[in-house]
Design a protein around this ligand. Structure first.
Ligand SMILES: [Zn+2]
Length: 544
């Protein structure tokens, strides 16, 4: 009997944990942290619904904390076995977990000092020393290599999400299963497109953007527009950035803008020791990204790297124009919050959010139009411009080929040996409760959790039979091509502006939202004009 338990990332998009039990063997795929709303974060304090010492192996899809952040708790709880991952993931996990432990200690210390925590004393989930202990159990496995782990054969394939991200293929006595991990985009500027994993009986696929499509925006021109505006005001562009992937992507886009002459060079500071360490890994693992080593060195040299706390504080006394890239990406902590406290009250400055902002975070509050933010126990007025840059997401959307069953080698089907799934720990809305078991035999099963579900070709029966043709006549790639062609046509029309039917009009977009405190009676100011016809065609803005 093989069972699969969804212990997180069900009903929400964080806290990824899947327990695969085959006979007496137990393999945990990912051990992520819940992030976002406090109710979710509190779940990190819950004991595991299994004995950590009873696990035989842990497999990681990638290093993001919502997939790896509770490993120190697992090790603290008695797990002594190996943790398998790719080579870059092994290095990234060491960096991320140490930083996570350090931040939690800092936050607990600060909360105890200022007395703004309801817990007395406030305790970190784990310390930096406990996080570093996880490193002894990490085992790096190359992409594509078949590795015998306890009771299963493991193969990693390129996930395309961040450096080292992989899909996990496990073959056990009971059959085979693919855990997609977070699926990347096919046209990411830095990371290669996801590769189809080997054929499998079951696919567990993340679907963070499974029901949505990314806006057809050119992030490069959108970033140029925001930076140009801020520089004109002599302001500081603050970019709260995730240390893995996003910071490097922003640096790369800035390098392209500066080197092409589209923007005059302004000082750029990467004020995040963790992001600096991660940036160095791009030089070490050229097989896991698209750039040559020379290009990586040149592109990432545009920023001045700020490691020490003193240098970081010094930046708050420096005037604009300049770009500050610092963590955390959702403003939940880190050095960016100090910059925000210093620069947000000035209307000349801009805070540019570059990724998903989970509910309950300061980033989400800013997007919601907050006029004040509580930072380090005090209320900080927000008078700066708040902008959001979409189009940099590292998650494949609904129509990206990486999410399409037709683009994978998987031949998912029912598992004849009676593989069963057991429920999530039961708090997420719509999630099955612990112990509530239902048989796979009712396939196709569309899981209720947001990130779960079988691949579209899961209905296909028979291991060696060709998959059925896709229901839609055109493949997502063709659709994407048509949309891009329409976009190019509308851009051409727009640039001319000779056609009188193309009129400029003031616009406001949820994709690039801008808010300024000047004048105070108009808190939501349109940030430009654009052609009404092309706007309807969802063309990116041509106004700078
Ligand atoms: Zn991720």
């Amino acid at each position: 009997m093989t069972t699969l338990s969804f212990l997180g990332a069900a009903g929400t998009v964080t806290g990824s944990r899947h327990l695969l039990t085959t006979g007496s063997r137990r393999i945990l795929v990912d051990c992520g942290m819940f992030q976002g709303l406090k109710a979710l974060r509190l779940r990190n304090r819950d004991p595991f619904p299994f004995d950590p010492a009873s696990l035989d192996a842990v497999v990681l899809t990638h290093a993001h904390l919502d997939h790896s952040g509770l490993l120190p708790v697992l090790v603290k709880g008695g797990y002594t076995g190996p943790i398998y991952c790719t080579e870059p993931t092994e290095r990234l996990v060491r960096i991320l977990l140490a930083d996570s432990g350090h931040l939690q200690e800092e936050d607990a210390r600060y909360a105890n000092k200022k007395g703004f925590s309801r817990h007395r004393p406030a305790q970190p989930l784990y310390t930096e020393a406990e996080a570093r202990r996880v490193g002894d159990q990490l085992r790096a496995v190359p992409l594509g290599a078949r590795t015998e782990i306890d009771g299963a054969t493991l193969t990693f394939t390129m996930g395309g999400h961040i450096l080292g991200a992989a899909s996990v293929h496990l073959r056990t006595d009971g059959g085979s299963i693919v855990f997609s991990g977070d699926i990347g985009r096919p046209d990411d500027l830095l990371i290669p497109a996801p590769e189809p994993p080997p054929a499998a009986d079951f696919v567990v696929m993340e679907s963070t953007y499974g029901g949505r499509e990314h806006p057809l925006l050119d992030p490069e021109s959108a970033l140029a527009m925001v930076l140009k505006r801020t520089v004109r005001r002599g302001g500081v562009l603050m970019v709260p950035s995730f240390a893995v992937g996003r910071a490097q992507l922003v640096l790369y886009v800035l390098w392209r803008l500066f080197s092409s002459g589209a923007l005059p060079k302004v000082p750029v500071f990467l004020n995040s020791p963790m992001a600096i360490d991660v940036t160095d890994l791009y030089l070490e693992f050229p097989d896991y990204h698209r750039l040559s080593t020379e290009k990586v060195a040149e592109a990432f040299a545009i920023a001045e790297y700020t490691r020490s706390v003193d240098d970081s504080k010094e930046l708050n006394h420096r005037g604009g124009p300049m770009v500050l890239i610092a963590g955390a990406g959702m403003l939940s902590g880190g050095r960016i919050t100090h910059h925000l406290a210093a620069f947000a009250p000035d209307h000349r400055n801009t805070v540019l959010l570059t990724g998903y902002q989970a509910a309950g975070t300061r980033g989400a509050s800013l997007l919601g139009g907050a006029r004040h933010l509580k930072i380090h126990g005090r209320s900080v007025p927000i008078r700066c411009e708040v902008a959001k840059l979409d189009g940099l997401s590292a998650h494949a959307d609904q129509s990206d080929p990486g999410r399409s069953g037709s683009s994978t080698a998987s031949r998912s089907k029912r598992m004849p040996s009676g593989m069963r799934r057991s429920g999530d720990s039961g708090r997420g809305s719509g999630s099955p409760r612990t112990g509530a078991r239902s048989s796979w035999s009712s396939a196709p099963v569309r899981e209720s959790g947001e990130r779960r579900g079988m691949a579209p070709d899961a209905r296909h029966q028979g291991r060696n039979q060709a998959p059925p043709p896709p229901r839609v006549g055109r493949s997502p790639t063709v659709e994407e091509g048509r949309r891009r062609a329409a976009l190019r046509r509308s851009r051409r029309r727009c640039r001319g502006l000779r056609d009188p039917s193309h009129r400029r009009r003031r616009w406001r977009s949820s994709s690039i939202s801008s808010r300024s405190s000047m004048p105070p009676r108009h808190p939501w100011k349109a940030i430009g004009t654009r052609c009404a016809r092309c706007w309807a065609a969802r063309a990116p803005t041509w106004l700078t």
